[in-house]
Design a binder for this molecule. Structure first.
Ligand code: ATP
Length: 411
């Protein structure tokens, strides 16, 4: 007989971690009574991060023991594949799939759907989903997680991704001290190629990012998006000896990493998924002016005023004294976004910023990015796998995989 499966829809108010912990500890809500004495496994970004941590701290390779490559350096698709293979080897009775399709391109999503369909005969699946379009078609028992409470949902009532249109009132606050940059081209890659251990990843990439331009960077898993970003932020040594110009200076010509960092605003969800500090919302926003996550110095009056304007813009001023830690996921993302924007960086990089957000929160996030693009002089690179509805980039730079490494196409 086939196994029982469940889908749990979550939004900003869902206490997802509470549900996951309860299920794994055998403290299951009545809906899941049949799972009680059984062995569960977790397929999630956090589970992956725990393995990456283990590797970094103790040098223990667990899910990637068969390859020489560090888990941290694998693409999202490669990491998820390794995690699923590891889980299946343990033969769990049930698997909790926490937003399993996040960070995966359409082919990888298709392959994962097929795989999950195949294991559904022998293993119970509990899919936690922020986006309704992600629901697995063979799961018919659906509930909404409201706080800690599971509320059954009729399958027919699960609508498509309809979201309330929302626009932000007011204007983007101006910076305290604009960061100057003379010249038009912020970043130039001329015939840049990268390979790892002889495997070509990027093949003759030509891409110029000019002042004030708004780019979406697209490409399948493993196409080299992170590799390009890490060269732009100065963290990847592969840029040395190549025609790579960062804020007008050739890579390796004595540029300081600090000079690069101060001109860049950066946000990717993993920056804060593991952040455990106790800082207020107001201090988190101000910390963007110091390039730290969390504030470790006393803010000035002007900084406090500026943070107020930003928090008013996103309608979160009333939460200024709330601990960042206690915000919902959607609220956290908006706060981290304005933290990256507050200094009006010359270049703002948002790396898959909407992963894990429900439809409404993702929509709000996109509106804020569009608004900033329109009202500021900053250039933006927005990386996403999903065609993010409503995003209005000027141009798209797409990496297309070939056997000789990815080539770039401007769309
Ligand atoms: N330090 C490294 N050593 C070996 N291989 C690496 C290293 N860093 C990246 N790679 C490989 O380079 C390829 C491109 O990885 P990258 O992370 O840039 O892709 P991506 O487009 O960002 O993928 P994703 O969307 O899945 O995050 C992958 O196959 C990855 O395994």
């Amino acid at each position: 007989m086939s196994k029982a499966h469940w889908a749990i829809l979550i939004d900003n108010n869902s206490q997802k971690q509470f549900l996951i912990d309860s299920l794994l500890q055998g403290n299951v809500p009545t809906t899941f009574e049949s799972l009680k004495p059984q062995k569960g496994a977790l397929f999630s970004k956090l589970a992956l991060e725990a393995f990456i941590d283990e590797e970094e701290r103790h040098g223990r390779k667990i899910i990637n023991s068969k390859t020489a490559q560090l888990l941290k350096t694998m693409s999202s698709g490669e990491q998820k594949k390794a995690l699923l293979a590891h889980i299946l080897k343990q033969h769990p009775d049930f698997i909790i799939l926490d937003n399993p399709f996040d960070n995966l391109d359409s082919d990888a999503q298709k392959a994962l759907r097929k795989k999950l369909q195949a294991i559904a005969d022998t293993t119970s699946l509990i899919q936690i989903a922020s986006r309704k379009n992600d629901l697995l078609p063979f799961i018919h028992t659906i509930a909404q997680l409201e706080g800690k409470l599971l509320v059954p949902v009729n399958e027919k009532e699960v609508g498509s991704n309809r979201v309330m249109p929302k626009t932000f009132q007011g204007t983007i606050p101006t910076p305290l001290q604009p960061i100057e940059f003379e010249g038009e081209a912020l970043i130039e890659l001329k015939n840049v190629s990268v390979s790892y251990s002889g495997k070509p990843i990027l093949n003759n990439i030509n891409w110029t990012i000019n002042k004030g331009s708004f780019w979406e960077l697209r490409g399948k898993n493993g196409s080299g998006k992170t590799t390009i970003l890490s060269m732009i932020t100065g963290e990847n040594p592969k840029g040395y000896g190549q025609e790579l110009y960062i804020f007008g200076r050739k890579k390796g010509s004595g540029e300081s990493v600090w000079d690069i960092k101060k001109r860049i605003g950066y946000f990717t969800p993993s920056m804060t998924d593991k952040f455990t500090g106790y800082h207020t919302v107001e201090h988190m926003v101000i910390s963007g002016l110091h390039d730290s996550i969390g504030l470790y110095v006393t803010p000035t009056e002007a900084q406090i005023r500026l943070a107020k304007e930003w928090l008013q813009l996103i309608e979160m001023w009333h939460l200024k004294d709330t601990l960042y830690h206690d915000l919902s996921m959607g609220q956290k993302r908006l706060v981290m976004c304005i933290r990256a924007m507050i200094k009006h960086p010359v270049l703002l990089i948002l790396d898959e910023p909407t992963a894990g957000l429900d439809d409404t929160s993702a929509h709000l996030f996109v509106q804020l990015v569009n608004k900033f693009a329109k009202e500021s002089a900053s250039a933006i690179i927005f990386v996403s796998h999903r065609k993010e509805r409503g995003l209005l980039p000027d141009r798209v730079y797409r990496l297309e995989k070939t056997n000789m490494g990815s080539v770039g196409k401007m769309v």
